[in-house]
Design a protein around this ligand. Structure first.
Ligand SMILES: Cc1cc2nc3c(=O)[nH]c(=O)nc-3n(C[C@H](O)[C@H](O)[C@H](O)COP(=O)(O)OP(=O)(O)OC[C@H]3O[C@@H](n4cnc5c(N)ncnc54)[C@H](O)[C@@H]3O)c2cc1C
Length: 388
């Protein structure tokens, strides 16, 4: 299995429909579909991907105007996988002819991949409980109990927004719950959190002539770091140079919001430096995500930062056979929050599971490595760009 076409053929598999799956993947987003394709390529056939909604449903629920910040480009022809691709040889840029897809466009891309690779998917099945006994997992959904030797948790972060953080945060609306910015009433917006989601909200509102005051406890707009997990993306810096952004958005770096109260129909926001800001418009929270891993925290040991502790195969150190895939994967200080980062671990997980089933994996691993889709040497992460 060395070429792209051989890869595609290898994925045409059938589940043997046994009562006990070799693997259950929970979540059919970028991570679940990507790791599912890697499982198929590795030769693991007896698996199922289940999702509480449909394939790509958390992308489909992004605000209409929100676009990918990472660009897609058909760079595969020179062996550099499109940044937004989740599968070897695949390029969203080539398939969709779009550089910065919307969430709906990317959800469609994931659905197309699921169909192309004939992935076994069960939709509208929300996992409510997972237990582990005698080397078997029992995964319960609303109407189905499934047994499996392995579980890959890939349920993401977007559907689990962080809603607390300061007194009165419950009075705000999280940007992850917005359908679009066009229909938002109000002219004066207070935004708490100034990283990518907050900057995205501020950009779309300012384009509509709305005034925005944005707060962050750090200084995301002034950070000088070449790692996009730490600094804002180029796409966002460009947007911040837009005239409407400059005219309509006021930034308050290193000024944490300490409370919000609703007084006679007016929201009163107090910030760390003692200032009070008022608006009749419901404030927007863009303060991040708790993440779905909190639902299965009993099956993982916890790192100091609250993320699951994983071994070098992204497997729980507490529950053998339980893997994590997606943006919550952390190793030391390496953060896999972008697709182009966490996709490099799909094959590591697939190899581990295939090997446990005595399936040879050398060719599979080499093919993924050739595409930059197999990262096992974490010492190469975190390289800084030269500042010329
Ligand atoms: C506004 C915004 C912009 C972004 N832009 C970019 C970008 O430009 N580039 C980039 O690389 N990344 C970007 N990201 C991050 C990227 O979207 C995430 O890293 C990615 O969605 C993670 O994929 P995932 O498969 O882990 O999670 P998701 O895509 O959220 O998929 C998780 C799936 O699990 C399902 N699920 C959840 N709970 C359960 C359950 N209990 N039972 C069954 N199924 C369940 C959900 O229905 C969902 O389909 C952005 C994120 C946001 C919020």
């Amino acid at each position: 299995m060395t070429s792209e076409s051989e890869m595609s053929q290898a994925s045409e598999f059938e589940s043997d429909n046994s009562d006990i799956f070799d693997t259950i993947v929970i979540g059919a987003g970028a991570a679940g579909i990507g790791v599912g394709i890697a499982l198929a390529h590795s030769g693991v056939g007896n698996f199922v991907i289940i999702d509480r909604g449909s394939v790509g449903s958390s992308f489909a629920s992004w605000p209409d105007e929100t676009r990918f910040i990472t660009p897609s480009f058909p760079s595969n022809s020179i062996g550099m996988l499109d940044l937004n691709s989740i599968a070897v040889g695949v390029s969203p840029a080539y398939n969709m002819r779009i550089e910065h897809p919307t969430g709906s466009e990317y959800a469609q891309h994931l659905q197309d991949l699921a169909e192309f690779f004939k992935l076994p998917i069960r939709e509208n099945a929300e996992v409510t409980q997972i237990s582990h006994q005698d080397d078997l997992f029992s995964v319960e959904t609303n109407d189905w109990t499934i047994l499996s030797k392995n579980v890959i948790w890939a349920a993401g972060e977007f559907l689990y927004p962080r809603l607390d953080g300061f007194p009165g945060s419950e009075l705000c609306r999280h940007t992850a719950t917005l359908t679009n910015y066009a229909d938002l009433d109000g002219d004066d917006f207070l935004i708490i959190g100034g990283y990518e989601s907050g900057a995205d909200a501020a950009y779309h509102l300012s384009k509509r002539g709305k005034k925005v005051t944005m707060f962050d406890k750090d200084d995301p707009w002034g950070l000088d770091n070449s790692d996009p997990s730490i600094s804002l993306s180029t796409f966002t810096y460009e947007r911040m140079r837009d005239t409407s952004f400059k005219e309509n958005v006021t930034l308050f770096p290193e000024n944490a919001v300490t409370s919000i109260e609703l007084v006679d129909g007016v929201y009163e926001l107090k910030s760390e430096d003692g200032q009070v800001f008022r608006s009749k418009t419901q404030p927007l929270l863009a303060s991040g995500f708790d993440g779905s891993h909190t639902l299965v925290s009993h099956l993982f040991e916890e790192r100091d930062d609250g993320f699951p502790l994983l071994n070098e195969r992204d497997e729980s150190t507490k529950t053998p056979g339980l893997y994590l895939s997606g943006p919550s994967v952390r190793h030391d200080n390496h953060d896999f929050c972008f697709i182009f980062k966490f996709r490099q671990r799909f094959a590591v997980v697939a190899q581990s599971i295939a090997s446990s089933l005595d399936i040879p994996t050398d060719e599979f691993v080499q093919a993924y490595r050739d595409w930059g889709m197999y990262l096992d040497d974490l010492s190469c992460c975190g390289q800084e760009c030269l500042s010329c």
